[in-house]
Design a protein around this ligand. Structure first.
Ligand code: GDD
Ligand code: MN
Length: 242
């Protein structure tokens, strides 16, 4: 299948200590896009990882070329939400794909996102773990409970019309993402949720694709107690103001 249009997909990969994962995710991305034939670039936003992720990224840039692998590092850990905003500023595609770099999100779902988007020219496609064949693998009970609870409370308070609010494997029209970013107030993990809540308010259309989320093998999650507190604060703020 040869895509006939000029669409280009900018994949934003935020990294913090992902030295082991980055070469694999980039290889999978490149392979997936070569197979599907869609035009793409991968933008890596590293936040001064002490493990040397940036050096690995530079090596990948040499291997695959600087038109495909674009490095937009920041000097220190400034948070996931602002990493996306930073990456987006440099994106040359008319579509933006946001995903984790730790192999929890598999690039094999990207062609499904793209096809789903084209079905009804959706503004946003969200990968969902909570519909159909979607699911989570490798999380312990605690982590599953946190995710379910976070989703449940958000659903209950905000009724956003999306099944997976805290997931972060998504495709956006760039112009839509820009508008959403301008209307969002949160900075950390709660950002993902706020984006869909605002999208719903602003009347953007949403398509969902079931995905499997597989817990990382290398490295560790940056989601700690303080992020959870931030999430709850952000949620209550949204509830109070929207
Ligand atoms: N640049 C940058 N700066 N990258 C970051 C930062 C940061 O401050 N914090 C995390 N990252 C990167 C990680 O390197 C990884 O690629 C991605 O963001 C997700 O971080 P993880 O630490 O692996 O998140 P998680 O697995 O606990 O959480 C995932 O699931 C959550 C809920 O289901 C993520 O997808 C979250 O976005 C999601 O809310
Ligand atoms: Mn992860």
């Amino acid at each position: 299948m040869a895509p006939s249009n000029r669409d280009k997909y900018s994949v934003l990969l935020p990294t913090y200590n992902e030295r082991e994962n980055l070469p694999i995710i980039v290889w999978l991305l490149v392979r997936s896009f070569k197979q599907s034939g869609y035009d793409y670039e991968v933008i890596i936003i590293d936040d001064g990882s002490p493990d040397g992720t940036l050096e690995v990224a530079q090596e990948l840039e040499r291997i695959y070329g600087s038109d495909k692998i674009v490095l937009r590092p920041r000097p220190r850990k400034l948070g996931l939400g602002t990493a996306y905003v930073h990456g987006m500023k440099h994106a040359t595609g008319n579509y933006i794909i946001i995903m984790d770099a730790d192999l929890s999100h598999h690039p094999k779902f990207i062609p499904e996102f793209i096809e789903k988007q084209k079905e009804k020219s959706y503004d946003i496609i969200s990968g969902t773990r909570y519909v159909g064949s979607g699911g989570v693998y490798g999380w312990d009970f605690r982590r599953k409970l946190i995710s379910r609870t976070a989703n449940f409370i958000a659903q209950f308070l905000l009724r956003p019309g999306a099944s997976d609010l805290t997931g972060s494997f998504r495709l956006y029209k760039k112009s839509v993402l820009q508008k959403l970013v301008d209307s969002c107030v949160s900075k950390g993990y709660v950002f993902q949720m706020e984006m869909l809540v605002r999208a719903n308010q602003l009347g953007f259309t949403l398509g969902e694709v079931p995905i499997t989320f597989v817990d990382r093998v290398y490295g560790e999650s940056k989601l700690g107690g303080s992020e959870i507190v931030q999430y709850v604060k952000g949620l209550l703020y949204l509830f109070a103001t929207t």
